[in-house]
Design a binder for this molecule. Structure first.
Ligand SMILES: NC(=O)c1ccc[n+]([C@@H]2O[C@H](COP(=O)([O-])OP(=O)(O)OC[C@H]3O[C@@H](n4cnc5c(N)ncnc54)[C@H](O)[C@@H]3O)[C@@H](O)[C@H]2O)c1
Ligand SMILES: O=C(O)[C@H](O)[C@H](O)COP(=O)(O)O
Length: 384
């Protein structure tokens, strides 16, 4: 079997080597010529798998080691009878880590408390539901919006979910975790349009870790540059990697589509596609997840005195991941190499990052009272 595999997929040789010969290529460069005689194509989110890529291929399997699938033309795959698999939920916890790290940083910088805010979550799938669960475990007030889910649940859905405009009216923080859907009753393209961006109350924090096209960037830039009375955290952008540098300069935290880039999340994605490829060929997958995922460099932290929960959260979060590292690196690389190359360099050279769940927080003395909320925030906890 001949496999074409994105060069940014970790553990690819270990997971796919047993299936055949691998050719590794930068995701944005994979062309129809490369896949002409390949049997399987394994990508991440930057390779557009569409009619023109597939035109002359004899592919039997396409896998994307990512959650999002808006880069995949499903109809084109179906027309050619090409099997397809994605990796739902693979990096959902990494995205939630990113959100918590970002909000704790902004709260400290701007002098507010995350625990006292109302957070609205738009899109309550693998990412949104885990974010809600972690916020609720911390005692944060939340509101959720997911019209497709609400419709599927009938009356129960009306109680569990609120319309987007209610979230805009009532929330201090609005987090977008929707897929990019261009058509239909629940389209998310420019879901946050100019009108909704203008309706955000002064002081609102708007965070997007779904897809860039879900926000009208021109309107957001107008609000940030004009009144400048809201804050934005953007991980995803229109026209990646050629993003709008003037918007980046106005954003409180700007990162290059790396919210889900924990090592754990990437390896889980690779591993899930390995499983799918094995199922497709009626084979046994060669690698177990525990074998490809190494132990973390920082394994534990000991808190031994009572301290406010938000301070404890900041300490534990920063022991694992601080979003400012990625914000600073994007500014630096774009300054050195220009917007497009800088954006992709940050992603290709992304430093090792682990998930909150890899940190064991040991609690003793007065800190023992933090057991439930720290566990709820996603850390392992040992008290006593
Ligand atoms: N920034 C990153 O690194 C990163 C990482 C992972 C995923 N993502 C993006 O986040 C998206 C969500 O991930 P997920 O794992 O939760 O996906 P998911 O498919 O599990 O959930 C998506 C949810 O969005 C809801 N939704 C759809 N249309 C909506 C609308 N108009 N309004 C509100 N909700 C709507 C769906 O009903 C579903 O519940 C992915 O599709 C991907 O594009 C980004
Ligand atoms: O959809 C996803 O899973 C994420 O957006 C994922 O982080 C994309 O991975 P990338 O293509 O940026 O490596």
């Amino acid at each position: 079997m001949k496999l074409i595999v994105d060069a940014n997929i970790p553990a690819a040789e270990r997971c796919f080597g047993a299936f055949g010969t691998l050719t590794r290529l930068p995701g944005r460069e994979i062309s129809a010529e490369h896949i002409r005689d390949a049997d399987a194509l394994i990508v991440r989110s930057i390779t557009q798998v569409n009619e023109s890529l597939l035109a002359e291929s004899a592919l039997r399997f396409v896998g994307t080691c990512t959650i999002g699938t808006d880069h995949i033309d499903h109809a084109a795959l179906a027309r050619r009878n090409i099997a397809f698999a994605s990796a739902p939920g693979c990096n959902a916890d990494a995205v939630v880590d990113y959100v918590l790290s970002s909000l704790l940083i902004l709260a400290e910088r701007d002098g507010w408390s995350l625990l006292a805010r109302t957070v609205g979550v738009v899109g309550v799938g693998n990412v949104g539901s885990r974010l809600l669960a972690r916020l609720q475990a911390l005692g944060v007030k939340t509101l959720a919006c997911d019209p497709p889910r609400a419709a599927a649940m009938g009356e129960k859905g009306d109680q569990a979910f609120a319309p987007l405009d209610t979230l805009i009216e009532r929330c201090d923080v609005l987090c977008l975790h929707t897929p990019l859907v261009k058509d239909g009753p629940h389209a998310t393209y420019q879901l946050l349009d100019a009108q909704r961006i203008n309706e955000l109350a002064p002081g609102t924090v708007l965070l997007n870790a779904g897809r860039g096209d879900c926000i009208d960037e021109m309107a957001l830039r107008g609000r940030l540059a004009g009144k400048g009375d809201i804050s934005a955290v953007l991980d995803v952008w229109e026209n990646e990697p050629s993003i709008d540098a003037s918007l980046r300069d106005l954003v409180a935290l700007a990162t290059p589509h790396i919210a889900g880039h924990s090592l754990d999340g990437k390896l889980r994605g690779t591993w899930m596609i390995q499983q799918a490829l094995a199922d497709h060929g009626g084979q046994v997958a060669p690698e177990a997840f525990t074998d490809i995922c190494p132990p973390p460099a920082v394994a534990s932290l000991h808190l031994q005195e009572a301290l406010p929960l938000e301070d404890a959260l900041r300490l534990c979060t920063r022991a694992v991941y601080d979003v400012r590292r990625d914000h600073d690196s994007l500014q630096r690389q774009m300054h050195r190499q220009g917007v497009k190359v800088g954006f992709d360099t940050c992603r290709a050279d992304y430093p090792l990052r682990r998930e909150f769940a890899t940190l064991m927080v040991r609690l003793s003395g007065g800190a023992a009272e933090l057991e439930a909320p720290l566990r709820g925030a996603g850390f392992q906890v040992q008290a006593g």
